[in-house]
Design a protein around this ligand. Sequence first.
Ligand code: SF4
Length: 360
Amino acid sequence: MSDTVDILGLTFPSFAAASGLGRGKAPGLRKAYSRALREGLWTPSLFLSRADAESLLPRFRAGLLEPVRCAAEEGELGATRKASLRLSDGATVECVLIPSPGGKSTLCLSSQVGCRMGCAFCETGRAGLARNLSVAEIVSQAVTARASLGWDFKNVVFMGMGEPLDNFGGLSGALAVLLGQEGPGLAQERVTVCTAGLPDGIARLKALGYRRLGLSVSLNAPDDETRSRLMPINRAFGLSALAGALAEYPARRNFALGVNYCLVPGVNDGPGAAAGVAAFVALAGRALVNVIPYNPGSAPISRAPSEPEVDRFVAALRARGLDARVRAPRGRGLMAACGQLGGASPGALDQASSSFSTLR
Ligand code: SF4
């Protein structure tokens, strides 16, 4: 196992080159590769001669992850599903299937084991960073979700455990595989990278040249003082640096940035909060603001906001000309909602204690 190469970490051109087979074998290689990336099945003997298959079989594998806990919670739009997946070193990451209107579910992927961003509302941040996920481990979450868990999804968002731009090599490699024609077949506009706000990483993401790739940012505060308290990364890169990097990101005219705002009562919902968000968006560019009601985790910093409080905040944003909506918390009982990934589960998952969680 150790000296086999995980095909899930390779683009098709890399795999074809690593195979050592000539260009004439490309059609068979492409089919074997696509089957591995779409169905998790490594079956070169179905598409290549016996001799070629025998040379490939021991050198490559399709490294699916082992689901160790799965749970589902029914909601208005369908079931939110959460799975803990075991990596080869025994660590676990979590991915979540989020139902969306029209049956186009979204798969939320993790990019790191833990996270070093240290956000105050996030249990992942409390544990710190254990390690980055490899390209194959990131891609394998999507392949495992489809092939082993039977999850059907149309969209992918990098919004699980970890800061994707802090694992840029893993993220960029995974994007290349996930967006490759021969791979899982995802369209750029159906993939969104969600960041806590790393200006350098945003510039590097733009430099990859994906013109239709989605980007969203976790704002979560209307001013530098509040944001630095909630998200320590803001002490290094304040709101104006972040807004400047975001303003440079759009690679197409109709791009709309996602701005996520977790509404924490008594923390970031004060009288000037909506105006602060509007000022940020004015600098960052066209945006859709997603207001996410705070989910108290195992170490709450506040309570969940009431529905009228959320509605008032959204109305205040709209009154300032912003495109704003409430993103309903889903999977709260599973600890699969924002700010809860990997956190201790009170319900079906029955996780004893876990250090990880995310909000984005
Ligand atoms: S919210 Fe995201 S960036 Fe912040 S600590 Fe949690 S996983 Fe990291």
